[in-house]
Design a protein around this ligand. Structure first.
Ligand SMILES: [Zn+2]
Length: 272
């Protein structure tokens, strides 16, 4: 149990939390940036401090979903630890970071014996709703010897951000691309708009990709295979699929390539 830290490059750590979602810590000479905060069933702030000591760090939330933002409350006491997110994801932030979602996740975490047994109590977790993050701007953040470029890529959510680390030719896709990509949440864009935005990422110079729901570093061709095979014919052939909790949405699964899938909202596709 606990965080699983995978140092994928000398200054990049991809860290899986006990619930199975990943965050990424990029450490420069002067400062660090934590991309996403996981479910918050463990203390993310303490974990970061154990890895980078007292070096200053900021947080970028790739989007508003609970599995990326609930852990932000564990960073509250850390001086100057700004938490950033693109503005388009602000309106629904409290839906995913609020009490109701916390109760749901608490039940899931307790079912797995993860809360109430050590440092984080049930009450601490439930009271963890955060203020709205600060507004992130697309562009570069210099960490000292390594740069983080925030790229807006609406799709999985309207304010989804991807991150490029030019010196390492590494792209972080958040939830905009996983080998299993979900594009059916109420705030998600339609699949045609998503496709246009995800194709734009191919113009950047990178050789490897990290995503939020897999621990390993992928070679770029896995991502390119997905994007290049996201054709009209593949989308038209998508089959109905049931996603628990989202039965009211006409979710369809497109088998893109080599085990990679896209689940999207068929009605939004039809209306585009
Ligand atoms: Zn998400």
């Amino acid at each position: 149990m606990g965080f699983e830290v995978n140092r994928v490059l000398p200054d990049v750590m991809h860290i899986r939390d006990a619930m199975g979602v990943c965050m990424t810590l990029i450490e420069g000479d002067q400062a660090a940036l934590l991309v996403d905060t996981g479910y918050g069933v463990e203390n993310v702030g303490d974990m970061v401090r154990s890895l980078i000591g007292n070096k200053p760090f900021r947080v970028l939330l790739t989007h508003h979903h609970h599995d990326h933002t609930l852990g932000a409350y564990t960073l509250r006491g850390i001086p100057d630890c700004e938490c950033l997110m693109l503005p388009e994801d602000m309106p629904a932030f409290h839906i995913y970071n609020g009490k109701e979602k916390r109760r749901q996740i608490l039940a899931a975490a307790q079912g797995r014996g993860l809360i109430g047994t050590d440092a984080l109590s049930e009450a601490t977790f439930l009271q963890g709703e955060c203020e709205l993050p600060q507004t992130a701007q697309p562009g570069d953040i210099d960490l000292g010897g390594v740069t983080v470029r925030i790229i807006d890529c609406p799709g999985h959510t309207p304010g989804s951000a991807c991150v490029l680390i030019p010196e390492r030719k590494l792209l972080l896709t958040g939830d905009d691309w996983n080998p299993c990509t979900w594009l059916f949440f109420p705030e998600a864009l339609g699949v045609m708009a998503y496709r246009e935005n995800i194709r734009r990422l191919q113009a950047y110079d990178f050789t490897h990709v990290l995503c939020s729901h897999q621990p390993e570093l992928f070679p770029r061709n896995r991502f390119d295979d997905f994007v290049n095979n996201l054709t009209d014919a593949v989308l038209e052939a998508a089959k109905p699929v049931t996603i628990g909790g989202y039965e009211h949405i006409d979710t369809r699964q497109a088998d893109i390539t080599d085990g990679q899938i896209l689940v999207f909202d068929w009605n939004k596709y039809r209306k585009e």
